[in-house]
Design a protein around this ligand. Structure first.
Ligand SMILES: *[C@@H]1O[C@H](CO)[C@@H](O)[C@H](O)[C@H]1NC(C)=O
Length: 297
């Protein structure tokens, strides 16, 4: 079975590359931005290790390209291999956003099959001291490059109305749902400020992290990574941080002014949050990889 998979899986994965993907979740551009910010922070030797781990050469060794893989395989209908991973992209909190927000793993994710449990799981698999094979570590890195983004999207850490998927909204005159505008429409609108080029947006945010408006906060974003309990402590810490954005901002307008077009002042107010959340995801991923991939095995 093992050698069968070793031969067949790369072929299967390769066959996915040419298949156009449907609408995907933070959307493709958000995930690429997170991946590119992380790439900007990788030490040169670590960037080499990352490139070596990826068997799929279409990634060109880049986290920005690998970061969208988890959504592409999730959406392959009837996929024998990765359909099971869909619940790992989010955490459906049983709180009451708008009024009270909280994350409680016993209540919200008792079986660990959520983005918090998944980050713990794949961190363990990527860590070379645990002895997983190269193929497993490659897949673990692809998942982590994606989940480090998802865990910063407020509606990926929110169970209300399926993370807002069931909430119909208007965005710039078009009908949409609340989850989708956070994943995709608002990010794409923000990208227009950067010529719709995710790498320019990522470079802008990288400078904000290095010496701009996030310079004084960035150490807080990653402080858990140096803890011996990092694999469990970090994703929970980050989920709590993200979940709090649902109270009140994300839901305020839909609760109080449901007919508003969210492409207006709601979008303007969301921009600093989107900038900051993508920056957190990217910076954390870069710092985390510099740490975990520097171990000698
Ligand atoms: C952990 O990783 C394995 C291998 O990909 C997967 O089968 C399992 O579902 C994962 N569990 C979680 C909670 O992420």
């Amino acid at each position: 079975m093992r050698s069968f998979l070793t031969i067949l899986l790369p072929i299967f994965l390769f066959s996915l590359i040419s298949v156009p993907s449907p609408v995907i979740a933070w959307g493709e551009e958000g995930h690429k931005t997170v991946g590119q910010i992380a790439q900007n922070f990788l030490q040169p030797a670590i960037a080499g290790s990352v490139a070596n781990l990826f068997q799929d050469k279409s990634f060109d060794g880049q986290l920005s390209l690998a970061a969208v893989w988890a959504d592409e395989v999730k959406h392959q209908r009837g996929s024998p291999f990765f359909g099971w991973s869909s619940p790992l992209h989010f955490l459906d909190t049983q709180d009451n956003p708008g009024k009270s927000c909280s994350v409680n793993m016993q209540r919200d994710c008792p079986d660990a099959r959520c983005v918090v449990g998944a980050i713990t799981n794949y961190t363990t698999q990527l860590d070379c001291t645990n002895g997983y094979d190269k193929f497993t570590r490659d897949i673990a890195l692809r998942f982590l490059a994606h989940f480090y983004g998802d865990i910063t999207q407020p509606l990926h850490v929110c169970g209300r109305e399926k993370g807002g998927n069931e909430v119909k909204v208007t965005f710039d005159g078009d009908s949409a749902n609340l989850h989708a505008i956070w994943d995709t429409q608002m990010v794409e609108k923000r990208l227009q400020d950067f010529g719709s080029d995710f790498s320019q947006y990522a470079d802008f945010l990288t400078k904000e992290i290095q010496s701009g408006k996030y310079a004084s906060q960035k150490n807080d974003w990653v402080s858990c990574i140096s803890s011996p309990k990092a694999p469990t402590l970090c994703p929970l810490t980050w989920a709590i941080d993200t979940n709090a954005i649902n109270c009140p901002f994300v839901w305020d307008t839909v609760d109080n002014n449901p007919d508003a077009d969210l492409g207006g002042s709601y979008y303007q107010d969301a921009v600093p949050i989107i900038d900051q959340q993508l920056s957190k995801g990217g910076y954390r991923l870069g710092v985390f990889l510099n740490s975990i991939l520097s171990k000698n095995c």
